[in-house]
Every structure is written in structure tokens, then in C-alpha cells.
Design a protein around this ligand. Sequence first.
Ligand code: FES
Ligand code: FES
Length: 172
Amino acid sequence: ANVEATVSLSVDGVQRDVTVDTRTTLLDCLRDRLGVFSPKKGCDHGQCGSCTVLVDGRRIISCLSFAVMYDGATIVTADGLADGGLHPVQEAFIDADAFQCGYCTPGQVCSVVGMIDEAKGGHPSHATEDLDPDASAEPLTDDEIRERMSGNLCRCAAYPNILAAIRQVVGG
Ligand code: FES
Ligand code: FES
């Protein structure tokens, strides 16, 4: 039998209540139920990162998460990052020409915002828990950035320019 639940989410600054089948992923909830289309469905299997959003400031793969897990959470997508003007990470992607088709870009941008917070020690990252926490004061190396962004694939292979955009934001 289907089981439904009502979740209350803040999505890009707007409070939304939605009743979903408990098996609904956060990605499908956002796109199909709430009409929030900046998170993209690339693989739907946790392999490409195009569905990355920020949940309470932490980047997550929304296709691998159930919406009901996030009752009461604050979700920010690439749409919400542009709050009264483009976010500095979005500006940097334009400056560095860091996209071609753009399909991966909303996820990339959210992931960069989350990564910068992780690098400052704001949120731990599963992918980087073996990195020296004391190293966070140092500028990220190119290899560290590549490692921390390795969950976000770009089929256009805009990686050098994505790295340049991130470098513009983090300095070094
Ligand atoms: Fe979620 Fe590919 S659509 S990781
Ligand atoms: Fe096309 Fe990344 S810009 S997939």
C-alpha cells in the first residue's frame, strides 16, 4: 500500500507544504511536485551530481534522498542562490566560462557553495573526511578542489574552467 506523508519545506525562501508518497525522492518532490526545476535529473542514481541542492547549508544528492527525511528543512537550489543578484559562485562560473550545455551547472554551483563551507569546517564531507582538518586554513590546492568536486560530473568536460571559477572564488 502507498503511504503518504506531508512535509514542510522551505524551498528557496518560500515555505512549501506538500503531501508525497513516502518513496518520493527529494529531487522528484522538488521538480514534479513543487515546480522547482533548477535541480537537474541526470542519472537518478547518485552518480552525476546534477541534482545537488543545499539542505540546511549542506550539499546533498537529492535523487538519493527521500523528501520525507527533510521535514522542516531549509533547501536552497541554484535558483535560490541568486537572491537579488547572482551569487558570487554563479558570477565566477560566467566569468570563467565554466559551462557549455549548462545541464550540470546548477548542481555544480550548489556543490561549490557547499564545498567552500565544508573546507572552512562548517560541515563535514564524507568524501574528504581523511583530509587534515587543520589544513582548512590553507588555500585549497587544485587537487583538493578536484577531489571535493568529484561527485559532480560534466559531460561537456568543462572541468578546467570549473576549476578556474572555483579558484576565482576561493583565491589562492
Ligand atoms: Fe542525482 Fe545524478 S541525478 S546524482
Ligand atoms: Fe554540459 Fe557540464 S556544461 S554537462
